[in-house]
Design a protein around this ligand. Structure first.
Ligand code: BG6
Ligand code: MG
Length: 218
């Protein structure tokens, strides 16, 4: 059987943690008298914690000391982790287990490619840690998406050439990263936001078994 490498982003693809990132950043921004919209939030998706805070501060025209910056990053993560602590496998997004099981059945290597430093904690909470042959996350990279580093490492870890990899992504930065890595990008979300992806689906319920099989065969 043909082997492709299937790389999954985590936040907003496997679980709906994108909403928790948004909530935690929004509360923190409010304390700084900065407001940002859900549309602006699209620019934070897939982006590292450091880069996210830099962007929020830029939107509010604020400069702060390094000490306060670090303090705020810690505060955001604490709040975010308080949401994560309540999660269980009910929060796995619809039909993600079906696709993961199909890939396993078809003996396809599966890797995680996430910007998050909390990836393992989340996968443990929703009982998906053992579904991945490799896990590459925010602790393994020096360059954040849209840089392709995270996906290139993820491909290497499962021994698949980048051009034989398929990436599932919900963020603008992540789709760009996958494209730059010369991989097929599958956007999960809206066509308006993720128009640069090779394919776009609103969620996994729209991705048929036949479509997955055609990716493996071609
Ligand atoms: C990405 C999220 O997956 O991880 C971003 O889309 C987040 O919103 C980034 O900022 C870093 O996550 P964490 O958990 O390390 O703060
Ligand atoms: Mg994401």
């Amino acid at each position: 059987m043909n082997k492709k490498g299937f790389i999954f982003d985590l936040d907003g693809v496997i679980v709906d943690t994108a909403k928790y990132h948004f909530l935690a950043w929004q509360r923190l921004a409010k304390d700084l008298d900065i407001d940002f919209t859900e549309e602006e939030n699209e620019q934070l998706k897939g982006v590292s914690r450091v880069r996210s805070l830099e962007k929020i501060l830029a939107w509010g025209n604020k400069t702060i000391s390094q000490e306060l910056f670090n303090e705020l990053m810690g505060k955001k993560n604490e709040e975010y982790l308080s949401f994560i602590a309540e999660m269980d496998d009910n929060e796995i997004l619809p039909d993600v287990p079906r696709v993961l099981n199909l890939l396993k059945e078809m003996e396809q290597p599966i890797s995680l490619g996430s910007a998050s430093k909390n990836a393992r904690t989340i996968l443990k909470r929703v009982n998906l840690l053992s579904s991945f042959d490799a896990i590459v996350d925010g602790n393994d990279v020096t360059k954040a998406k849209p840089d392709p580093e995270v996906f290139l490492i993820a491909a290497k870890e499962i021994n698949v050439k980048p051009e034989d990899c398929i990436v599932f992504e919900d963020s603008v930065a992540g789709v760009t990263a996958a494209n730059t890595a010369n991989m097929i990008s599958i956007g999960i979300g809206s066509k308006e936001v993720l128009g640069h992806a090779t394919y776009v689906f609103s969620d996994f319920t729209e991705i048929s078994d036949d479509f997955i099989k055609s990716l493996i065969e071609n």
